[in-house]
Design a binder for this molecule. Structure first.
Ligand SMILES: Nc1nc2c(ncn2[C@@H]2O[C@H](COP(=O)(O)OP(=O)(O)OP(=O)(O)O)[C@@H](O)[C@H]2O)c(=O)[nH]1
Length: 383
């Protein structure tokens, strides 16, 4: 075996080892597991670019092979990282098959059939682009950038194979590919970085805005969104309504059925509130067993009707394992007209007062308040 073949085979083996190692990583298919892959990809891209710069000037066979080796490993890491990032459950068989393909193609490339290497390159990057674009949870700007760059790279490889010279006259194709590789690989790395930064930001924002138990929005998010909703209300002269609700005798549910069942009930209530709400409504857990729904462009009668739907929805909840238990909540509804110049704090306070009147009136009940008139709330419905 000459040195060139040895280098190509060891590159292929390295690819296989990486494939095998990646399968052992915890959280297979998860985004976190993609990180080490992409980190290594970054390092190798840097090395590749360095070697490329030297190779364009001084084209020795050993250097060309080293370049092949590094680039083939980059391929390997890129595609593995993309597969993990796509968060789709990839069967292990597919990964093993891909590893075997990688071995076969690298071995063929070792005999200097550059066209095969380029074809392989084109297919790898096309596959990567497809996986990125169809990523679960949606492709962000960085993902799309990566996918477009990968498609451009594939196109360049195909162009190099079919568009130029005789099949065995490798050098024009190779030079063109190498020159094209510099900006493409750099763009790929930049987009990759961007996609992670965007993802991290999104994750942080989501974590800060969501309640950990029920996964609906939290109090903080309600206050954030309220600023936009109230400003829109003033500009468009439309009413805003707020519903507050507190689960009845929740302590009793916890004490009798256990905290875990209590948590289950809170999650079911959150689901029911969300299902019965419009996309533009903000449904939030305010803390403990208290929830709020802020509804732009909603009049008092509409809000009362909505509260009644929510009340019935909660009444219909059955907790698995505790089907005979009945859950209910008490509601306070308040409406703000643009002329009242309402703000969220005042509306929450008024809705809270109404909600306690509903509790005092026997629970599983809706009480209403009007912003303009202090303590003028009347009992809405008693059930
Ligand atoms: N399981 C569970 N319980 C919680 C959570 N947060 C608050 N609680 C419980 O909710 C109960 C609230 O009880 P109280 O404020 O006395 O009110 P209540 O029993 O619902 O009675 P009323 O509101 O008067 O109808 C307390 O026992 C809290 O421990 C939670 O996240 N999970």
């Amino acid at each position: 075996m000459d040195t060139q073949t040895a280098a190509a085979v060891s590159g292929a083996l390295l690819g296989l080892v990486l494939t095998a190692a990646s399968m052992q990583l915890k959280g297979f298919g998860g985004q976190t597991a993609a990180r080490p892959m992409f980190r290594a990809f970054f390092l190798l891209v840097s090395l590749y670019l360095l070697l490329l710069t030297v190779a364009i000037r001084r084209d020795g066979p050993a250097l060309a092979l080293l370049l092949d080796l590094v680039f083939a490993t980059c391929h390997s890491l890129f595609i593995l990282g993309v597969i993990r990032r796509s968060e789709r459950p990839f069967p292990r068989g597919v990964i093993v098959l891909w590893g075997a393909l990688y071995l076969a193609v690298s071995a063929t490339a070792a005999s200097y059939r550059v066209q095969v290497g380029l074809l392989y390159s084109a297919s790898v990057f096309l596959l990567g682009a497809t996986l990125l674009l169809y990523r679960r949870g949606g492709a962000n700007l960085g993902d799309r950038g990566m996918a477009i760059t990968a498609i451009a790279w594939s196109a360049s490889c195909l162009f190099s194979i079919f568009g130029l010279g005789k099949p065995d006259d490798a050098s024009p194709q190779l030079t063109l590919s190498l020159i094209f590789a510099l900006p493409v690989v750099t763009a790929l790395a930049v987009c990759l970085f961007l996609s992670y930064v965007l993802d991290d930001r999104e994750d942080l924002r989501n974590q800060a805005a969501r309640d950990a138990l029920t996964e609906i929005h939290n109090r903080r998010y309600l206050f954030e969104r309220a600023a936009d909703i109230f400003s829109l209300m003033r500009r468009q002269h439309t009413p805003v309504s707020l519903i507050m609700l507190d689960v009845d005798h929740f302590k009793w549910i916890n004490d009798r059925l256990g905290h875990a069942t209590g948590d289950q009930a809170l999650r079911a209530i959150a689901r029911s509130l969300t299902q019965d709400s419009r996309l533009e409504d903000v449904v939030a857990r305010m803390g403990g067993e208290e929830f709020a729904v802020l509804m732009p462009n909603t009049t008092l009668p509409e809000a009362m009707a909505k509260a009644e739907r929510l009340r019935r929805g909660i009444e219909a909840i059955r907790i698995p394992g505790a089907e005979s238990e009945h859950i209910s909540a008490s509601f306070g509804v308040v409406n703000g007209e643009p002329a009242d110049r309402p703000n969220l704090e005042t509306m929450l306070q008024r809705a809270d007062e109404a909600m306690y009147r509903a509790k005092a009136a026997g629970r599983n009940t809706i009480a209403q308040a009007e912003l303009g008139k202090a303590d003028s709330g009347t009992l809405g419905q008693r059930h």
